[in-house]
Ligand binder design. Structure first.
Ligand code: 6OG
Length: 165
């Protein structure tokens, strides 16, 4: 049973390169003050892959050959629609990374290079679901998951799993 039967589609994109991962510090709107990949709402007539490329360019100033690596489904108490978020990744990009009104981009260590002097992925300053799927993501696994959030942003119930190939 759910209090609604509508869903909004979003994208979220990460760049990983040489033991580094690019995150953005969200400066406004939903998820303010949290680090996340770059993304937003899928517009009418657009595929999620097109939206992922567009949003990365709007929020970080770069283009990348993004591919989908995961799918997340969330319900948040108090909202009128569920969220479906497709996660994308690329190992290369074109252009110069810029700070925008929405996002402050920063590189973090993805943990694969112990001698890296970059900070580790700031899971404490990210959405509560991320610590469950981030290990699969960092292992280059495809993943799917669901999280049910309370109105004040706590994840009450969840399930995350790796795709069997
Ligand atoms: P705009 O405000 O830019 O889109 N997003 C979430 N990401 C994670 N990992 N967990 C959640 O838990 C999320 N809720 C939203 C999707 C918001 C951006 O934030 C992501 C979008 O990339 C509930 O339109």
């Amino acid at each position: 049973w759910l209090p609604f039967d509508k869903v909004k589609h979003y994208t979220n994109a990460f760049i990983r390169q040489n033991g580094k991962i690019l995150l953005g510090y969200k400066k406004r709107g939903f998820g303010l003050g949290l680090y996340n990949g770059f993304g937003g709402k899928v517009e009418p007539g657009e595929t999620s892959a097109q939206a992922a490329v567009r949003e990365l360019e709007e929020e970080a100033g770069i283009t990348a050959p993004l591919r989908r690596c995961g799918s997340l489904f969330f319900i948040l108490q108090g909202l009128e629609a569920a969220f479906c978020i497709e996660i994308f990744v690329a190992e290369e990009y074109e252009g110069t990374i810029i700070e925008t009104d929405e996002m402050g981009p920063e590189w973090f260590s993805d943990g694969s290079d112990p001698s890296s002097d970059l900070p580790p992925i700031p899971l404490k300053q990210m959405w509560a679901d991320d610590e469950f799927w981030m290990p699969m993501f960092l292992n280059n696994r495809m993943f799917v998951g669901r999280g049910d959030f309370s109105e004040d942003g706590k994840m009450l119930k969840y399930w995350f799993g790796e795709q069997i190939l």
